[in-house]
Design a protein around this ligand. Sequence first.
Ligand code: HEC
Ligand code: HEC
Ligand code: HEC
Ligand code: HEC
Ligand code: HEC
Ligand code: HEC
Ligand code: HEC
Length: 489
Amino acid sequence: MKSACDHAGWCRRPLFLTALLLVAATAAGAGLLFAWRAAPQHWPRQPLQHAPTARTVRPADWAELTLAGGPGGNDWVLLPDQPQQPPFQSPFTAAQRGFLAPQDCVECHADYCDTFQHTSHARTSSLPSTDTILGSLQPGHNVLTTARPELQFRMHAQNGSIVQTVELQYPPLRTVFTGSFPIDLVFGSGNHGQSYLWWNNDRLYQAHVSYLSEGDAWVNSPGPYYDGTVDFSRPVPLRCMECHVTWIGADPQEMNRFDRQTLIPGVTCVRCHGPAHEHVAFHRQHPEETRGKRIVNPAALSIERQNEICAQCHSAGEEHSSLFSYRPGEPLQQWLQPDLSASAESNADPHSANQLARLMQSPCFQQSGGFACTLCHDPHQNQSGSATYARHCRSCHQQNSCPEVQHPDTGSLAETRCVVCHMPARRDAQVAMQTRHGNIEALLRDHQIGIWPATATAERAKLADTLRQALQPQNNPQHSPGAQEGTAP
Ligand code: HEC
Ligand code: HEC
Ligand code: HEC
Ligand code: HEC
Ligand code: HEC
Ligand code: HEC
Ligand code: HEC
């Protein structure tokens, strides 16, 4: 069986060596415009469409382009092969499987749909536009430079699409190597960042350049995307889609082959409520019925079954069968055996912080008989910035059970900020991006509620600092401990 790492986007693994160093002459039609030209007449370069016919880069040529120090030796430009079969067509549509889009709910649940569209789930995948792509396309801000001065990536509009263009200038040989890859699908709400996918005919691949919200910057994609290399060859397997889209028809034989016409973007209603076609048909026929029929309401399930709905995507584990056929309310292990071993040091892949595993390791969870993710999270609202998680802690804990809350100075601040000390936000080394300035790691919140002495010491100092600032308003009013490790809710 596949390991989660085969599927996950943001975990470390060796370079995808099997990708071919191939520029297929037939590629242009599918949007793969990668050309290699020797000794152009003029500098700057000619537009790509005037490029001579693309050709395979022979290893002999390649050696001359390869600079010392590349992590993969000669394989530092990776491109996929051009598929030869006719495009895959799914034998059934999403609707036939009961996977309806929120548009099919809005006539009767306008209120839910209205608030839901602003959630990270709804926005976690989308078609490309200048609104959904968060990285800047403005000249001056649309370039990712690398540690190799001759290599850069430029993000820009071209012939009605938005593309990532690789620009390799190699003056010693007067060689130009340039090619554009369309952004066809946007992954990530932008809480942390976005990755971009492109269709090579019916195969889906990840693009080299991602966007990191922290610092508002273009970056090398997380995982095995080394700075100074070019990789557009990394297949996007079914598992990524299961976590980031509502549904897409997938070829069971090939890991990254899909029917792109069938895509329902976003993680939407039916992933948590199950197939809804019978529910919709019933209520259309019985407009007088006020109780919901033929649909799963997670609140009516056991805690375990409720949390398994979330564990489809917020847990590592071994997958037995595609989650596009999982039905909320059924025991999840028939589809996915959740791996509950994640620790503070190792979140286990994929790049989700394995919230279920960590939560289940908390004394709070174990000694209270357990509780649902929805104790703290409302799946129908965007909670960022507004949620007061402390009240959920207080539903079980007396204020005064915590010595920090009783502190004569900082106690009043501590009492609204339980989670900064007891659910630390940490840099996750498994979600790292290489940049020319060093590695950047994602900041995720540990769901093991507990006593974390080092975090508490640091947070106590920050609270004292906040208090000092508040008492001296003439000091720089803009200063706030802000978006640093451990702060926020
Ligand atoms: C097991 C489910 C799972 C798989 C597989 C998965 N992701 Fe994710 N992804 C998540 C979750 C959950 C988050 C939110 C991270 C968190 O907060 O813990 C996330 C976050 C992200 C983000 C950042 C979104 C933000 O918050 O701004 C991007 C980009 C992303 N994933 C891309 C991918 C790509 C590309 C793949 C496949 C190559 C992939 N993911 C595979 C579950 C998954
Ligand atoms: C033709 C009207 C109609 C459509 C369309 C419709 N629903 Fe409902 N739904 C209802 C009614 C009526 C109820 C019961 C009253 C309520 O809870 O709002 C209900 C209740 C529910 C419930 C709660 C069930 C329970 O046991 O309490 C869920 C969940 C739900 N709908 C999900 C959906 C989803 C998801 C969609 C879209 C795929 C959808 N509905 C489309 C009419 C509809
Ligand atoms: C991430 C999972 C998730 C998504 C996505 C989701 N829901 Fe829910 N929904 C839940 C859970 C969990 C509950 C039970 C909440 C609770 O514990 O009260 C629920 C409850 C409901 C209810 C019943 C509320 C009640 O009165 O009991 C309705 C109706 C509903 N959802 C409709 C929708 C619609 C419509 C959408 C899409 C626009 C949607 N949901 C998207 C998880 C989800
Ligand atoms: C089909 C996959 C899937 C399911 C099911 C799912 N999630 Fe998520 N969830 C994601 C992904 C992917 C993200 C990252 C979204 C992003 O930022 O791009 C996410 C993000 C989140 C976030 C961060 C939201 C924010 O605004 O920062 C929370 C909280 C969350 N999920 C809770 C839940 C809970 C609770 C459930 C179950 C009721 C659930 N999820 C079910 C895939 C899923
Ligand atoms: C459903 C009830 C419940 C909720 C909600 C809850 N806890 Fe607990 N918590 C417990 C129980 C039961 C224990 C174990 C007995 C004890 O130490 O009081 C515990 C233990 C703890 C401990 C001691 C851990 C250790 O390692 O000894 C801390 C700290 C804590 N909780 C903080 C929190 C914080 C902060 C929140 C909110 C984010 C929270 N709890 C939410 C029930 C809960
Ligand atoms: C500034 C950091 C900080 C904040 C904020 C904070 N705590 Fe604590 N908390 C601690 C530390 C440190 C301990 C361990 C104290 C000890 O054992 O000496 C602790 C202990 C606890 C315990 C376990 C007490 C015991 O006797 O086992 C609970 C329960 C708890 N806190 C709940 C909360 C709740 C609820 C809030 C918010 C209302 C909160 N804490 C806010 C740092 C913090
Ligand atoms: C005791 C309260 C509590 C429970 C229960 C809880 N969470 Fe969270 N969760 C939080 C807090 C607090 C944050 C940080 C929110 C923020 O930074 O705005 C968070 C953040 C998240 C995020 C965003 C990623 C990140 O690291 O910031 C995801 C995804 C998530 N939770 C999923 C889940 C899932 C899945 C469950 C159930 C297995 C769950 N949570 C249960 C309190 C909780």
